[in-house]
Design a protein around this ligand. Structure first.
Ligand code: AMP
Ligand code: GLY
Length: 416
């Protein structure tokens, strides 16, 4: 079978890498891919008609969509209408990520635990509501629509929440994504990314992973797309997974007809898991630690979902621990330089149990240059977290470019 992976990040490199391991896969194409992926097709992820025409022309047997934007724009409906098999939710189901208000309303109706919230369609109404609340109360202000992960503002006080409302609805920093907002209670606890491959009422839960969202060590500084991850999570045992399946995944699948990856972003509070957000796709960088531990053929799982026979399959997991460290361009998540030549990739990738997934890179002749903020995901497996961490950072030590940075504390909290 020929496979098309849509997207250009580390998640897509990991998906393509895992699918290439399947004995039934003849070729994997990536559109547009990056400096580490093979079979690149120069079509942007946003150009759905061109992607469809390519898939028809090449006889693609299954398309896997990495990023959320084409899903929210209806790529699954458009491919389906052309008779193409594609893994992901349709446009209606993708609203779980495309509209935070839709996600909150669906959760409320389904009885899924989530922070108390209010919805506003104007800055005046939001500010008037905040003025009646205590000055020292913490809030989270969220733009309703897609904002490339930037539309969520964590506020310690009412004054900060007022400023967040103005940024979103008056200065319109996130464009039309901020036409409507959610203001919700700020929850405390630790976060877990729990991904499930779903088809109708059936689902296969993937191994949980923890993402490091802040740029700075010790979880300081601004949010990023993710600076590292590890899997499994020792503090999130089988019983908590089962609890989340009952309290979150099953009620959501009763409420929405969903095929694809349902990514539940959970906060584990003293009162139990509560949903912070849904994504409708694989997580990045979670995928880079989940897939290396998956022993089942990924193609079998994805096809079973598309063909709506997921009940017949199971996922098997390696007991080994996986850690990924994101190497970023200096300045990220603010401005950063591009086109820096990267050295040491071969030496890093040759280390035992290390895989270097590319994200913001491009290949120019025989050189790999930086091409984004998050550049590489150095992933290692080990029998213990200590071993996986040491292997990952030893491989990081081989790699360099002008301005390269990374967090040094990825998975440190689970080191045995
Ligand atoms: P979201 O895109 O909704 O997941 O928000 C991005 C990040 O903001 C989450 O991963 C959390 O770190 C944080 N966050 C979102 N909602 C809340 C909340 N209600 N309480 C505390 N942190 C939150
Ligand atoms: N790692 C966060 C995300 O994929 O949205």
């Amino acid at each position: 079978m020929k496979i098309l992976v849509i997207g250009s990040g580390g998640r897509e490199h990991a998906l393509a890498w895992k699918l290439a391991h399947s004995p039934r896969v003849e070729a994997v194409y990536c559109a547009p891919g990056n400096g580490g992926t093979a079979g690149n097709v120069p079509i942007p992820a946003a150009d759905i008609p061109a992607l469809r025409d390519f898939a028809l022309r090449e006889g693609i047997g299954l398309t896997v969509v990495g990023p959320e934007a084409p899903l929210v724009d209806g790529i699954v409906d458009i491919f389906g209408a052309a008779g193409l098999r594609v893994f992901g939710p349709n446009k209606a189901a993708a609203r779980l990520e495309g509209s935070k208000i839709f996600a909150k309303e669906t959760m409320s109706a389904a009885g899924v635990p989530t922070a108390d919230y209010a919805v506003f369609e104007s800055a005046d109404a939001a500010l008037a509501w905040l003025r009646e609340r205590p000055a020292d109360h913490p809030w989270v202000v969220k733009a309703d629509g897609l904002a490339a992960g930037k539309g969520v503002l964590i506020c310690d006080t009412r004054a900060e929440a007022e400023a967040a409302v103005r940024r979103t609805m008056v200065a319109r920093e996130f464009g039309s994504a901020g036409d409507r907002i959610v203001i919700e209670e700020r929850l405390r606890g630790y976060e877990v990314s729990l991904l499930a491959i779903c088809a109708g009422r059936e689902f296969v839960t993937l191994a949980p992973a923890q993402d490091y969202k802040r740029i700075g060590e010790g979880d300081t500084g601004p949010n990023t797309g993710g600076m590292g991850a590890y899997s499994p999570i020792p503090t999130f045992p089988r019983e908590l997974i089962a609890f989340a399946e009952e309290q979150v995944i099953k009620p959501m699948l009763r409420a929405v007809d969903f095929t694809g990856v349902l990514y539940s972003g959970l906060m584990i509070t003293p009162d139990g898991p509560s949903v912070l957000e849904f994504n409708v796709r694989f997580g990045d960088p979670e995928t880079q630690v989940v897939l290396p531990r998956l022993e089942t053929d990924l193609l079998d799982l994805l096809e079973a979902a598309v063909d709506r026979r997921l009940g017949a399959v199971d996922a098997r997991w390696s007991p080994r621990k996986a850690v990924t460290v994101v190497l970023a361009s200096g300045g990220y998540p603010g401005d950063y330089a591009k086109d820096q030549p990267i050295s040491g990739l071969d030496a890093a990738g040759a280390r035992p149990d290390v895989t270097v997934f590319h994200a913001g890179t491009k290949r120019v002749d025989d050189r790999i240059l930086t091409n984004g903020g998050r550049v590489l995901n150095v992933t290692a497996l080990g029998d213990t977290f200590g071993q996986a961490i040491d292997r990952a950072y030893a491989a990081v030590g081989e790699i360099s470019w002008e301005g390269m940075t990374c967090r040094r504390d990825i998975a440190a909290r689970v080191r045995e």
